[in-house]
Design a protein around this ligand. Sequence first.
Ligand code: GAR
Length: 222
Amino acid sequence: MEEDIHTNSSVPRIAVLVSGRGSNLEALIHAVKTQQLRAEIALVISSKSSARALDIAKAAGIPCEIVSPAQYPSRKEEGLKIVELLQTCGAQLAVTAGYSRIFDPCVIEAFRLKIINIHPSLLPAFAGSMAPGPQKRALESGVKISGCTTHFITEDTDAGPIIAQRAVPVMNDDTVETLADRILEAEHQLLPESVQMALDGRVTVEGNKTIVTSERSVYAGS
Ligand code: GAR
């Protein structure tokens, strides 16, 4: 019998925060199903009730919550609700995948180095805006290589310790859309891999850098 992805209690629980299309959420769900990511997606939190990502989560049978800024008198109240939801669902790690809100510091404090973000550029280049802003700025700047970055969220937007990056070429005839699509394909591989590395305890933070141990040396005990 096929095991339901959200009733497997022997694997770490994660939560995913979204605001829009949800293709990275879809990649995480796929990685769980194919056991490339050994985790249970216990909860999806959306900042928008209209997010397509919610349909994707529901179709996969994942519990969903909406925490939209309009529901709360302050960013702090919104943040406290997010902390409560993350703690209640037992998430060891949270992932922001196309999440358009900046966290109140109370979220970052409660989940220090336990929230992974994916950003569609090679940080620190083109930090600080939502897609397709970073891809548009990459094209306008004339860089020949762009890509995506996973990093831990800290108080400094898009500037927390980098976990992993993947580069893609920028072509002469690229539009924002073609470049964004090429980067997105890389995101869909990088995000589940990064989450797995963090869950495996293979990402050590030193200052604002990480040391990532390869799978082989972890299993070899070195
Ligand atoms: C992705 O390209 C992601 O890297 C980006 O939003 C898109 C979400 O797509 N995130 C940011 O720009 C964060 N600053 P998705 O909803 O299909 O996963």
